[in-house]
Design a protein around this ligand. Structure first.
Ligand SMILES: [Fe+2]
Ligand SMILES: [Fe+2]
Length: 301
């Protein structure tokens, strides 16, 4: 059945102008740190919109905060995969839920940071086959500035990137300092399609193509509740900070948004041809779902 014009115009109003995919390229979407149930809900709800309206040929999600704000459970992994996520990256909270180690060892589409100890559970990179048979290399790395000790991310990047003949390569640099991120973007110019930052939970407006070759952004931003402090309830964080009393930081609930970055990778060379940011509010997404006759995951999560 052909789409009805009225529905189509509503969908266009929801998302504004989304550029067409560059010629001879595939568009990859990287979703920033998914926090708790609100983050899981909007991510799963948004997959059809990312495919249909943003023309995503591949979707990669940083899910280090999916399980109540810290770590990833087996059921969270399965839900993301069932919803259509192609690959999952993690960060400094990779092992916070120990049960995920079995998934990290057995499943081919999830990676732990590549610069942990050499014998750390899980794979340091993965290559996934997308719906159109494109091969996508995915890895993540931890920064060393204001972070716990880890191996050199630059040496780890050298090692893992040299191991893959795949043209299209995405590096999720999970780091705190913008200087660290910019150094990695420059360092991998010509060797990866994109270096996209995660971890700070704050999206930066510096998306760019370095050397006419590599897509770059310091941080993709957080997917979850933005009426919060980095996804946690404001009052709890304030109390802990002002009174030095250890307090559980519960995941907040208000103003849920998905933050992501898309980039178009040329199929023959892997270089980045275009890059852009996505900030999708849950209310807008729900309007889109309603006009498509679909219900939100919110009833199930
Ligand atoms: Fe992190
Ligand atoms: Fe995070």
């Amino acid at each position: 059945m052909s789409p009805q014009p009225v529905q189509e115009s509503v969908q266009d109003q929801c998302f504004g102008d989304v550029p067409n995919v560059s010629p001879n390229a595939i568009r990859i979407v990287m979703v920033g740190d998914v926090v708790g149930k609100p983050g899981m809900r909007i991510t799963c709800d948004a997959i059809p919109a990312l495919r249909e309206k943003w023309h995503a040929g591949g979707i990669v999600v940083n899910a280090e905060n999916a399980a109540d704000g810290s770590g990833l459970r087996c059921k969270d992994y399965q839900r993301l995969v069932d919803c259509g996520v192609d690959a999952i990256t993690l960060g400094d909270h990779a092992y916070r839920k120990r049960e995920i180690m079995q998934i990290l060892e057995s499943e081919p589409n999830i990676v732990r940071p590549a610069n942990l100890a050499p014998n750390a559970p899980g794979r340091p990179h993965c290559v996934v086959t997308l719906a159109d048979n494109t091969q996508l290399f995915v890895m993540c790395l931890l920064g060393r500035v204001f972070m716990n000790p880890c191996d050199c991310p630059f040496r780890a990047a050298d090692r893992e990137l040299s191991a893959s003949p795949t043209k299209i390569k995405l590096v999720d640099f999970h780091a705190e300092a913008t200087s660290d991120m910019q150094i990695m973007g420059r360092y991998l110019s010509g060797r990866a399609s994109a270096v996209l930052g995660t971890h700070t939970h704050v999206a930066t407006a510096d998306q760019q193509i370095i050397d006419n070759s590599i897509g770059f952004q310091c941080d993709v931003g957080m997917t979850g509740p933005h009426d919060s402090i980095l996804g946690r309830k404001v009052e709890a964080v304030l109390q802990a900070t002002l009174h030095s009393i250890p307090t559980p930081f519960q995941v907040a609930t208000g103003d849920v948004r998905l933050n992501a970055t898309w980039f178009d990778a040329e199929r023959t060379t892997g270089r980045c041809l275009a890059i852009g940011r996505i900030c999708l509010h849950e209310s807008v997404l729900n309007d889109y779902l309603k006009h498509r006759g679909k219900s939100s995951m919110s009833m199930r999560l």
